[in-house]
Design a protein around this ligand. Structure first.
Ligand code: ADP
Length: 543
């Protein structure tokens, strides 16, 4: 091979912060703290403190490859750990504090965390678990001396005091770019949490890929409110992409309600924000009630679950904010596809654009997707054929941490996402279901998501889940489990009649059960695994 004569530098996460510190030193990072007040500083100060914490960790005995856990909201100290831990060669394990106690113990133990950094909020939670976490050498409480709580935790350190032990002249080490940088566990809606291990290389390329105009289109003109948690796939990679682009970064801490989110969007003149639909539901509710507007916001990125049509309309038509619908998962770092309209679609009127905006979008360079049938035969991009969605690329997992029970990339590095999708002529992918949730009735597939969307389309239904129930004749048939809107009255038959208007006869669910609430997992998503357990004894009236 005739070699190029260009320099080779390993792609290091520390280089992102070094860049921001050097070229965007005065760009602000604003945090709502757990202690209460708003904290402001800039990338130069973040860089200095991240070096201090990296050095302090080394003095504490943390070596390259060691795992360091965090239980923390989005905030400046969490950012310092993102760079301080990974930059030093140790591995950041961002633990999702919303996991159940057994899952928390499982992931902390499975990852092999040596130290846990915790926000004040989660000290009581850790006190309850500490006996079952014998390998943790230190608990570092992310606050200053003044705000240190009384705690039963042993081996407790104060973040600010630890940081003071570090040397700001610490030099970021350079090492193999394929070394692990962070670990994030899948939320376990489909079984035991599984550890996805990102590398310096994958995280850096993902951040570049996320930044491009067909991605999030980031620039130094952006002020980003990062609502998606840092414990959820590195805030969708924006913890790295924001400093890489010199964006102002606004971190909301524990306050996710509509009023608090709006206050930051407004006061910090945010142009872009990212979160799951539940958060945006709270914000649009607040805007409707208060009459407040979003004068600075240009784009809102919504992903994690499908975006309801009403939400797209509301943002775009009522508040003049463009919606970027995105799909991804822990195993894909997470960005897989993003929805932006190609020029020939921009000429369509708004009503004709909406069905396209509801799709999850197109691949960005760096990750490829395909749909296949049960025999792994590749299906056409015709918008009709639907099959298992697979992904492959620079930031897609090649296997789970310490788990040989399955090979998720058996077929030539194509990772099975567990989603079912169509891809249309223009390359827009649309999720129609999760593989495990699809209802297989008499050899035909029925999309549970389609039925759920139709059910919540009825004004008396607040939330609905559709699950497969075994059926003697058809294998499986759909059951709707629904929560009524507060004060609404609706009977089973009325909902079935409503569903019948848009479905073929064989797709109409066999029954409806009304419940007070549906089970949700740690990321706020419907927990169908639990729901299936709850309904494991259920039998259709006609079966
Ligand atoms: P888990 O599989 O444990 O829920 P993630 O939190 O990584 O893990 O969620 C990834 C899944 O979320 C995807 O596989 C997909 O089913 C769903 N998802 C993500 N974004 C979207 C979206 N825009 N529309 C529909 N589903 C989505």
């Amino acid at each position: 091979m005739f070699q190029g004569l260009m320099q080779h530098h390993p792609l290091m996460i520390s280089s992102i912060l070094e860049f921001a510190e050097r070229w965007y030193p005065n760009v602000e990072v604003v945090s709502r703290t757990t202690e209460g007040p708003i904290h402001r500083y800039n990338y130069q100060q973040m860089g200095r403190r991240a070096r201090c914490i990296a050095d302090a960790l080394a003095k504490l005995g943390i070596e390259p490859g060691d795992r360091v856990g965090t239980l923390a909201w989005n905030g400046y100290r969490h950012m310092e750990l993102y760079f301080g831990v990974s930059g030093s060669g140790a591995v950041l394990h961002t633990v999702n504090p919303r996991l159940f106690a057994e899952q928390l113990i499982y992931v902390i133990d499975h990852a092999g965390d040596k130290v846990i950094f915790t926000d004040l909020t989660f000290v009581p939670l850790l006190e309850g678990l500490a006996d079952q976490l014998p390998n943790i050498e230190h608990f570092v409480i992310m606050t200053d001396r003044e705000n240190m709580p009384q705690t039963k935790l042993k081996n407790v350190l104060c973040y600010e005091e630890l940081l003071e032990q570090g040397d700001e002249n610490y030099q970021w080490p350079e090492f193999d770019e394929t070394a692990a940088s962070s670990i994030c566990y899948t939320s376990g809606t489909t079984g035991n949490p599984k550890g996805v291990v990102y590398s310096h290389r994958s995280s850096l390329i993902h951040a570049l890929g996320a930044s491009v105009p067909n991605g999030l289109g980031l620039s130094g003109n952006d002020s980003i409110l990062l609502v998606v948690p840092q414990f959820h796939v590195n805030s969708w990679g924006v913890t790295y992409a924001a400093p890489m682009n010199g964006c102002k970064l606004v971190l909301p801490g524990p306050a996710m309600d509509g009023a608090s989110i709006h206050q930051l969007l407004d006061e910090e003149k945010c142009t872009l924000s990212l979160a799951v639909p539940t958060i945006w539901m709270m914000l649009t509710g607040f805007l409707r009630e208060s009459g407040a507007t979003l004068p600075h916001m240009k784009r809102v990125v919504i992903g994690g679950s499908a975006v309801p049509e009403a939400m797209i309309r509301s943002f775009e038509q009522d508040y003049d904010v463009s919606v970027i619908h995105a799909w991804g998962m822990t195993e894909t770092s997470p960005l897989g596809t993003l929805n932006f309209l190609m020029p020939h679609l921009q000429d369509l009127d708004y009503e004709a654009q909406l069905p396209i905006k509801l799709k999850q979008g197109k691949s960005v360079f760096g990750i490829d997707i395909r749909i296949v049938d049960d025999e792994n035969k590749v299906l056409p991009h015709d918008g009709v054929a639907f099959g298992k969605l697979q992904a492959r690329g620079h930031w897609v997992t090649s296997g789970y941490f310490n788990d040989d029970s399955q090979d998720p990339v058996a077929d030539d590095n194509w990772f099975d996402t567990g989603d079912v999708a169509t891809i249309d002529h223009d390359g827009y992918m649309m999720i129609t279901d999760r593989t495990k949730d699809v209802i297989k009735s008499g050899g035909e597939w029925i999309s549970s998501i389609e039925l759920e969307n139709m059910a919540v389309g009825h004004s008396a239904i607040a939330e609905a889940a559709v699950i497969a129930i075994p059926h003697p004749k058809w294998d499986e048939r759909p059951l709707v489990v629904a929560v009524k809107e507060k004060g609404a009255t609706i009977e089973k038959q009325e909902l079935l009649d409503h569903l019948a208007t848009g479905l073929a006869k064989w797709q109409i669910p066999n029954d409806v059960v009304f419940v007070d609430e549906l089970p949700h997992g740690a990321t706020g998503k419907l927990n169908k695994l639990q729901l299936r357990l709850d309904f494991s004894d259920y039998q259709f009236p006609d079966a």
